[in-house]
Design a protein around this ligand. Structure first.
Ligand SMILES: [Zn+2]
Length: 245
């Protein structure tokens, strides 16, 4: 059986349940702007399954399904999607709880895997138990990739805009939140440079920590490894005790 996943986060999720999977869009690129080449599209031609983030997130996935006989599996159908001003927030893969739903509602029908299910279930427990202990329940991030995580584990995400312009009102709100919630760190993402993060970090002595929104890694990277790394970083930033492995 030959399975192709559209983008790296979808690859990581699929690989929890099926071993013979490859990706179209490689890791370490901007998944929000990258479109596959004709070469990539040809890879799907002989696949049995093509696993995607959903047409709603990657319209180019539709083009591929039209050119291939592979059965299309849309993971967004399993997630509890969040819409902001009528637009879907794509980052559902950054919440283990959503991945658990995706398995139960979608992937289980194609790739039932008891071990994979147990692994994602215990990861969800690790996140639940750890986030319950946090002294700070609010985090600041330079890329808003964690809205699903925040909703599913009762946290609050504050986003620094990536543009160089920020309105005085927006800046005042962020500075007020830093003081109110005693925020100690900013969660940054390599390659998404933020001038504002640098400014706030200096002014309020905030540490800058790096998280991985399931886009950095290589072929051998696993979802569990990425998320175990992330929970340790979140725990440092929000003063939580990592509960479990
Ligand atoms: Zn993103």
């Amino acid at each position: 059986m030959n399975v192709v996943a559209s983008i790296f986060p979808i690859y990581l999720i699929t690989k929890l349940f099926v071993s013979n999977v490859t990706y179209l869009v490689p890791p370490n690129v901007n998944i929000h702007t990258y479109e596959p080449t004709l070469q990539d599209i040809l890879k799907v031609k002989n696949a049995n399954y093509f696993v995607g983030a959903g047409y709603i997130i990657n319209p180019w996935e539709r083009k591929i399904t039209l050119l291939s006989n592979a059965k299309y599996i849309d993971l967004s159908k399993g997630a509890n999607l969040i819409f902001i001003n009528g637009e879907v927030d794509p980052h559902y893969w950054n919440s283990p709880k959503e991945v658990l739903y995706i398995y139960k509602r979608v992937l289980k029908n194609y790739f039932p895997n008891e071990t994979g299910y147990k692994n994602i279930k215990s990861l969800d427990k690790l996140f639940e138990n750890t986030f319950k202990t946090c002294k700070i329940k609010v985090f600041i991030t330079t890329h808003p990739a964690w809205r699903y995580l925040a909703r599913d584990y009762h946290l609050k995400q504050i986003t620094l805009s990536q543009e160089n312009y920020i309105s005085p009102l927006e800046l005042a709100n962020i500075e007020r939140a830093i003081k109110k919630y005693h925020i100690k760190a900013i969660l940054a993402i390599p390659k998404y440079y933020s001038k504002l993060a640098e400014y706030l970090s200096k002014k309020y002595h905030l540490k800058i920590y790096y998280v991985n929104p399931c886009i950095f890694g290589n072929k051998t990277t696993t979802y569990i490894d990425v998320m175990r790394y992330n929970i340790k970083v979140f725990a440092k930033a929000m003063e939580c005790e990592v509960k479990g492995k």
